[in-house]
Design a protein. Structure first.
Length: 660
């Protein structure tokens, strides 16, 4: 039997600066290894003269005397194995009792859902990794100076017959499911090597560095409350935005989470499972598709000791789900609250920005890079995503730049207010929106009457950029390609909170026709797709057309505000002429009232006439005069195919006729 003095000696290992107290798991593991070496020492022959190639018996005697497991309690000349077995039994009992403690090792055992026998194998592998002296003893026990990690045959031999031994590191064993242990070598089974994963060794030493094999972009989400070691739940979470799903995942699991996109290969999956096990975290898989890959489902089944949360925008196809028990939570889409804005930026949104919590998080990241400009941070969300699909119109001009009759002006301000206060009406007051709660406006009227400018002014009022969709880049002759391009536009716009402006919208949103051939059928499918997609878009869409009659009736029913743009009257034309000149433009003797009364032009044509006149004046090296403006008007009217007469130009006809 081993008395109390011997056990006290076993708890203390000599060290250069004093003594080091070992935990029960390391004491037990060291004793298992020392016992194996001691048995071989008792039964080995005389020392062999192979210096450097074998470990000599006298060195083994010294190691056995110094290592703490047996504590030098047994004389190596006595060939009595009973005392060894009794000492091991006592240390095993103490070790099993310690698995309920809160130490690093016992916490790891609980997180990996190991039974006591599997914990013994883990302890042995960990103890060997932490001590060169134990590695030397192991090499002696295995009769191979280079074998400093245990063979499978050794694991099968050092534990009792009723112990799983090497089976504890089999392919489907808990230690392997948790990715704590690796098996190397391709020779005979007996000589294959079991080793502790490096991340586990560092963790037991108190280091918290993440596993270097983790997928790129992994994020650690803190626990919202008290953490627990045991896991094993599978939660399906869909709806709302990514940030809202993350917050709900923490509440549902009551643990810290490792959030990641789908790992690229088995190596990344192994590192992910190992990291979650070591840190006691759950795994939050963020999936964009409705189909869960088979590899992801298989890992969620294999590592069933972990809490898994699979987060997706929409419900996952049930046939792709892991073959284990799961529960599902659906989140309702919502906008970030005013309190969340205040917490992020120290102020509430001034332009009525409609951001969900995830977009608010991204805007907070962008905020520092745009010198604290809140509107610029929101606009930054869409940068790059709509490149090549639309033309960005930077919203700079204000309501003063837009000259419209009072009724149309009021319609536009009401549209802006409707967008700005949708969060109040739908989220706070509880009204249910039709569709996804977005807004669709139709701007109808002749070319040049201010439709694009109105969209820009609205964007400025809301602090949003306007993206003018280039139809040539999205309309394709190939079946289905147009819908794919449009889906890219709506997806990018949803992420960036922008105003989508479809100019010449009747080209895309035209009336459906009777089906006479395959082309008609697929054209009608495109229109039907647009109807559905616009209704599910949560932002602001502006459809501009010169020919309202060509729009499909189904689109007209989905339009929230319709604004008719007409040619300006004389008073409005004069105001447009006046606003067309920047403050620094040099002018001389301009009679803008005469131009406004004589020529019935749209705002766009007036602007082009002024630009043309400005270039003529710059070429002549003179200030802009009536001569230059009259010539600009003449060029624009010629472009439009309109008849010009001497009566039109009156006293300025000489400039047009070339007789000046």
């Amino acid at each position: 039997m081993v008395d109390s003095r011997t056990m006290q000696h076993a708890r203390e290992a000599p060290a250069p600066g004093g003594t080091v107290t070992l935990e029960p798991w390391e004491l037990f593991a060291s004793a298992v290894l020392e016992a194996e070496a001691l048995v071989r020492r008792m039964t080995s022959g005389p020392p062999r003269d192979l210096a450097g190639l074998v470990i000599e018996d006298d060195e083994v005697d010294r190691l056995l005397a110094e290592l703490p497991g047996m504590g030098g309690a047994f004389d190596t000349d006595v060939r009595d194995r009973t005392g060894v077995a009794e000492a091991l039994a006592q240390l095993r009992t103490q070790f099993h009792e310690s698995l309920h403690d809160a130490g690093r090792f016992s916490s790891l055992v609980r997180r990996a859902a190991l039974d006591p026998s599997e914990a013994e194998v883990l302890a042995l592998l960990a103890a060997i990794e932490r001590s060169p002296a134990r590695q030397r003893l192991l090499a002696y026990a295995q009769d191979d100076v280079s074998a400093t990690r245990p063979w499978l045959a050794t694991l099968a031999r050092v534990f009792p017959q009723d112990h799983p031994g090497a089976r504890a590191v089999a392919a489907d064993a808990r230690l392997r499911r948790a990715e704590l242990v690796t098996i190397t070598g391709d020779g005979a089974w007996a000589s294959r090597v079991a080793a502790l994963a490096e991340r586990v060794t560092w963790a037991l030493a108190g280091d918290e560095s993440a596993d270097p094999g983790l997928p790129p972009g992994v994020e650690r989400l803190p626990s919202p409350g008290d953490e627990r070691d045991e896991g094993g739940d599978l939660l399906l979470l869909h709806g709302a935005d990514r940030q809202s799903r993350r917050e709900r995942a923490g509440v549902e699991t009551s643990r810290a989470l490792i959030a990641t996109a789908l790992p690229a290969d088995d190596a990344q999956w192994r590192a992910l499972v190992r990291e979650a096990t070591v840190t006691g975290s759950g795994v939050l898989l963020e999936v964009d598709d409705a189909m869960l890959p088979a590899l992801a489902a298989s890992w969620a089944v294999r590592a069933d000791h972990l809490d898994w949360v699979i987060s997706s925008p929409n419900p996952l196809e049930i046939r792709t789900l892991p073959a284990r028990r799961w529960r599902e939570v659906e989140l309702r889409k919502h906008l970030a609250s005013p309190e969340a804005w205040e917490a992020s930026f120290g102020q509430r949104p001034t332009h009525g920005h409609r951001l969900d919590p995830d977009e608010l998080r991204l805007a907070r990241i962008a905020h520092g890079g745009v010198e604290g400009d809140l509107d610029a941070a929101v606009r930054r969300l869409a940068s790059g995503q709509l490149a090549g699909l639309g033309i960005r119109i930077e919203s700079r001009r204000s309501w003063d730049s837009l000259i419209l009759p009072p009724h149309q002006q009021r319609q536009l301000t009401e549209l802006v207010a409707r967008y700005r206060f949708s969060g109040t009406v739908f989220d706070q007051w509880g009204f249910r929106p039709v569709g996804a709660g977005g807004l669709v406006a139709l701007f109808a009227g002749p070319s040049g009457t201010g439709k694009t400018l109105a969209a820009e002014v609205m964007g400025a009022a809301l602090g949003l950029d306007v993206y003018k969709i280039d139809l040539s880049s999205i309309v394709s002759k190939y079946i289905g390609e147009t819908e794919k391009n449009l889906e890219r536009i709506f997806t990018a716009a949803s992420a960036g909170n922008v105003v989508l402006f479809f100019d010449e919208a009747d080209a895309l949103f035209g009336k459906r026709s009777e089906v006479s051939d395959a082309h008609d059928r697929y054209a009608n499918i495109e229109v039907a797709y647009l109807l559905q997609r616009i209704e599910s878009y949560e932002g602001l869409v502006v459809l501009a057309t010169n020919l309202r009659a060509n729009m499909d009736d189904a689109f007209l029913r989905r339009i929230h505000v319709s604004v008719e743009f007409r040619e300006p009257d004389e008073r409005e034309r004069l105001r447009i002429w006046q606003l067309a000149f920047p403050p620094d433009a040099p002018t001389e003797d301009l009679d803008l009232a005469w131009l406004a009364s004589r020529f019935r032009l749209t705002g766009g044509t007036i602007h082009n006439s002024v630009i043309t006149g400005a270039f003529l004046a710059a070429e002549a090296g003179k200030p802009i005069s009536m001569e230059h403006l009259v010539l600009g008007v003449d060029r624009e009217m010629e472009k439009l195919g309109r008849l010009r007469t001497e009566h039109d130009f009156g006293p300025y006809y000489r400039f047009v006729s070339g007789n000046s």
